[in-house]
Ligand binder design. Structure first.
Ligand SMILES: NC(=O)c1ccc[n+]([C@@H]2O[C@H](COP(=O)([O-])OP(=O)(O)OC[C@H]3O[C@@H](n4cnc5c(N)ncnc54)[C@H](OP(=O)(O)O)[C@@H]3O)[C@@H](O)[C@H]2O)c1
Length: 255
């Protein structure tokens, strides 16, 4: 008997794929969402075989607003116990020079799709008095991000939004957790153009370790988790520092 169904966005690789593995290992059926059909189907096949759960691959472009309602409709007959809003991407460059079309898609995926999926899946969870939402933010949430201005701002939204939802959901049987990873070895940095930056030349974490911390925090019903002891220490200091100083430090890290 499955524990319930977990829907994970951005499960075609990186942190999302690792979170899907943890859900499946705990006995959850999984619904894997991303654009990359081949990677999703390969992971779904492996997880179903390894753990004897049902694993579905759903190809969807979360930059398309219509895809979200369609995704929800496809799940109408399947109570979703866990929603992991993990899909996201970044873009490096001075805001005056970057491509707005890419940034508009980024806001759609990182911000609008995440909020819309919460809007769709939270009410049935509250009605059942059972459910968990895990939103993936970033340590970028705590600082202004010169040369990745839209990405950092999108993650600031995710933290603020998730903390508010967690408070609203208190006592309903539903928990909302936000995880803030620091630099992590996934496809993210190559896609965002951050591979050679000072930030990614510094210490990084493995996606599996980030996912483990995120999953455990979600299962414990915690509101917030910064992944990695070093990141927790650095962000504690950042919360006390003047914002203009932080912008200067991030500018150097993103160079
Ligand atoms: N890696 C880091 O250093 C780091 C640090 C802090 C926070 N994060 C956050 O962690 C989350 C996961 O990223 P990752 O590091 O695991 O990077 P990743 O390996 O590039 O994974 C990103 C996932 O998001 C999916 N995705 C991107 N655009 C999408 C779209 N339009 N529609 C549907 N799915 C989409 C990708 O799938 P497809 O390409 O197949 O669609 C992929 O599965 C993101 O929210 C990211 O911002 C990452």
């Amino acid at each position: 008997m499955a524990q319930g169904t977990a829907l994970i966005t951005g499960a075609s690789g990186g942190i999302g794929a690792e979170l899907a593995k943890l859900c499946a290992a705990d006995g959850y059926d999984v619904v894997l969402v991303a654009r990359g059909a081949a990677a999703l189907e390969a992971l779904a096949g492996t997880l179903a075989r390894q753990h004897g759960i049902r694993a579905r691959a759903l190809t969807a472009d979360l930059a398309d607003p219509a895809a979200l309602q369609a995704l929800f409709e496809q799940m109408r007959d399947t109570p979703i116990e866990i929603v992991v809003n993990n899909a996201g991407f970044g873009l490096r460059g001075a805001f005056a020079e970057t491509d707005w079309a890419v940034e508009a898609r980024m806001i759609q995926v990182n911000v609008t799709a995440l909020a819309h999926l919460c809007k769709l899946f939270l009410p049935p969870m509250i009605a059942r008095r059972s459910g968990r939402i895990l939103n993936v933010a970033s340590t970028a949430t705590f600082v202004p991000g010169p040369f990745m201005a839209v990405y950092y701002a999108s993650k600031a939204f995710v933290l603020s939004f998730s903390e508010a939802l967690a408070n609203e959901a208190a006592g309903t049987g539903v928990t909302v957790t936000v995880v803030c990873p620091g630099p992590t070895r996934t496809g993210f940095s190559e896609a965002a153009g951050t591979t050679g930056t000072n930030l990614f030349r510094g210490p990084t974490m493995a996606a599996a370790d980030v996912a483990r911390e995120a999953y455990d925090a979600m299962m414990a019903g915690r509101r917030e988790r910064i992944a990695g002891a070093r990141n927790r220490w650095v962000m504690r200091a950042a919360r006390l520092a003047p914002r203009a100083m932080l912008a200067g430090i991030t500018r150097r890290l993103n160079s």
